[in-house]
Ligand binder design. Structure first.
Ligand code: AR6
Length: 183
């Protein structure tokens, strides 16, 4: 279900509520942990849908730092051709640079799209599950980080904020509606 769609330059940004593994986009972003070896939540769903080849490629990456992201193929995830594994911060009361690290995940995701000439990408609400980042604060950071990074990725024409609950979708919608113009 699409909650809102906004045009910012050449890019259309959507907020939808659905399972990210079902999306027809060039890349879906995973909310991974620093081992990149799988886990629960959206990470578990993506590995289940992509199959064991995804874990095999992840093993070759030797982990990923918090705030950074690495790209793999999507394997059985079709139609998503790639997975961008971003490692969000664990919420620790806001004292451990969590805001900056979360924004960095989105910026690195957009940068990897540009580096791989991808046209469309979908992000989950990174860190708002097991990592307990406050969802309203995370939504503000996510949308602003993507909007700020868009100029660095001129080929990117579609960015989807893929939320997994109506309340999460509404938080993203409220922020996104303050940017760009309706489309
Ligand atoms: N599609 C879209 N969003 C989803 C899906 C899905 N299929 N499943 C869950 N979400 P979480 P984190 C939402 O816990 O907080 C893993 O074990 C979920 O409702 O998946 O970054 C990793 O291996 C929430 O809004 O990720 C790490 O160890 C959001 O995705 C750790 O969890 C993120 O929740 C990362 O924790």
């Amino acid at each position: 279900m699409t909650l809102t769609a906004r045009q910012i330059g050449k890019a259309r940004l959507d907020v939808i509520v659905t399972d990210i593994t079902t999306l027809r986009v060039d890349a879906i972003v995973n909310a991974a942990n620093s081992s990149l070896l799988g886990g629960g939540g959206v990470d578990g769903a993506i590995h289940r849908a992509a199959g064991p080849e995804l874990l095999a490629e992840c093993r070759t990456l030797h982990g990923c730092k918090t705030g950074d992201a690495k790209i793999t193929k999507g394997y059985r995830l079709l139609p998503a051709k790639h997975v961008i594994h971003a490692v969000g911060p664990v919420w620790n009361g806001g004292t451990q640079n969590e805001d900056t690290l979360l924004a960095s995940c989105y910026r690195r995701g957009i940068e990897l799209c540009h580096a791989n000439r991808l046209g469309s990408v979908a992000f989950p609400a990174i860190s708002t599950g097991v990592y307990h980042f406050p969802p309203d604060r995370a939504a503000g950071i996510a949308v602003k980080a993507v909007v700020d990074a868009l100029a660095a990725a001129p080929d990117l024409t579609q960015v989807t904020f893929c939320c997994f609950s109506a309340p999460s979708g509404e938080l993203h919608q409220k922020v996104l509606d303050t940017f760009g113009s309706p489309c």
